[in-house]
Design a protein around this ligand. Structure first.
Ligand code: NAP
Length: 367
């Protein structure tokens, strides 16, 4: 079985990463890629690193839903929010499966989307059918989904880091601090002064505080986890609906690293009384048992970005600090692969009845 895939936005960094991953995928074939500026070229001409692969011959076309519908079973949208919403609506109307890498379908509440993204949500039907594409939590729903909202890069690292501790009530729901650092590819490939080599190289800075757009996404998903029946009664008893900004809040603080790829989230939490290290390790081991892309590091080891580069791995280290009453969680991913295109491909695998890890099994590029 060969799945015919389309890629809208092949000239961006996540589009480039998807093309790289699809070059070696045994069952999903890239049959069509779009760009408004480079339409007419072949992929191998745009990306010399693809020369010699079959998809180098793929001709880049304009992002027209009719053209995509004529040749694809599934389409990846690797375009900015707003543009993705419009395209997803048209592709879904034509019956295509869609994996959207933008934020357009991640927030379940249209009003929250409007508040944080500064524009109205125009595709309520698509929003209602979208499944949040974090495979460790929602694989079953993703398998039958027609539209997957691929998680943001920071939310992927943050949610995977916090999920077992919150779900098992090992930490308090309040006073969660996510101190996260990302390489510059996270800002996309468009020309911008803030991403220039001389602006980023040999320096380090916080940005986007205190209202980075990934905040409501992290809050929405973590609230949903703790609001499940039987967990954390102090949240559910208040009658909170699991919407972003309600019940559970996080202090999310992003920084820009002078690196191309990678996200390291250092997460500071408060331990509940009586919780010991064995309980913490057992909860994480159980939550991620059988999950091939989450690697729990042994006690005393801390994650490094190079160990996840170009892969789907999320490396998590747990450091209970009983002196200060905190559980420190360190979560490392590659923003372009695990935080975007690799995760999108994993979701497409599930949506097409393929094994989650197909085409995503390569080891990291080191050193
Ligand atoms: N970078 C990351 O680490 C990362 C991680 C997770 C999620 N994301 C999300 O993934 C999406 C793509 O990110 P990126 O970093 O790859 O962005 P990017 O490098 O800026 O690329 C954007 C792409 O979208 C195309 N595009 C822009 N406006 C369009 C429109 N109106 N219609 C059709 N195509 C359009 C551009 O192609 P042409 O101009 O050639 O048409 C380009 O290929 C964004 O929504 C982003 O938030 C990014």
């Amino acid at each position: 079985m060969t799945i015919r895939a389309g890629l809208v936005g092949v000239t961006g960094y996540t589009g480039m990463e998807l093309a790289r991953l699809l070059a070696a995928h045994p069952a999903i074939k890239l049959v069509c890629a779009t760009s408004r500026t480079d339409a007419g070229k072949k992929l191998g001409e745009l990306y010399p690193f693809l020369q010699g692969f079959e998809l180098a011959e793929t001709e880049i076309i304009q992002p027209e839903p009719e053209l995509l519908a004529a040749c694809c079973d599934l389409v990846f949208l690797a375009v900015p929010h707003g543009a993705a919403m419009e395209m997803a609506g048209k592709l879904r109307a034509k019956g295509l499966k869609v994996v959207d890498l933008s934020a357009d379908f991640r927030l379940r509440d249209a009003a929250t989307y409007a508040e944080w993204y500064g524009q109205a949500h125009n595709e309520p039907d698509c929003l209602a059918e979208a499944v949040y594409g974090l495979p460790e939590l929602y694989a079953e729903r993703i398998r039958t989904a027609k539209l997957v909202a691929n998680p943001g890069c920071y939310p992927t690292a943050s949610i995977l880091g916090l999920y077992p501790a919150l779900k098992n009530r090992l930490i308090h729901c309040e006073d969660l601090v996510i101190d996260a650092k990302s390489g510059t590819s996270g800002a996309g490939r468009k020309a911008a002064v803030g991403s220039l080599f001389c602006e980023v190289h040999d320096s380090f800075k916080p940005y986007g505080m205190p209202r980075h757009r990934h905040t409501p996404e992290i809050e929405q998903e973590l609230t949903r986890l703790v609001a499940e029946p039987g967990l954390t009664p102090h949240v559910t008893d208040q009658g909170h609906k699991p919407l972003a900004g309600e019940a559970l809040t996080v202090s999310f603080n992003p920084h820009l690293l002078p690196l191309t790829r990678g996200i390291l989230a250092s997460i500071y939490t408060r331990l509940r009384p009586g919780v010991d290290e064995a309980q913490i390790r057992a909860a994480y081991a159980e939550a991620y048992a059988g999950q091939c892309f989450v690697r729990l590091l042994p006690a005393g080891k801390l994650p490094e970005l190079r160990n996840v580069r170009g892969t789907m791995f999320c490396d998590i280290a747990l450091v209970p600090d009983f002196r200060t009453g905190r559980l420190l969680i360190f979560s490392a991913i590659d923003n372009l692969c695990r935080g975007a295109s690799g995760q999108a491909l994993a979701n497409a695998n599930l949506m097409c009845g393929l094994p989650l890890e197909l085409g995503l099994e390569a080891a990291p590029i080191v050193p």
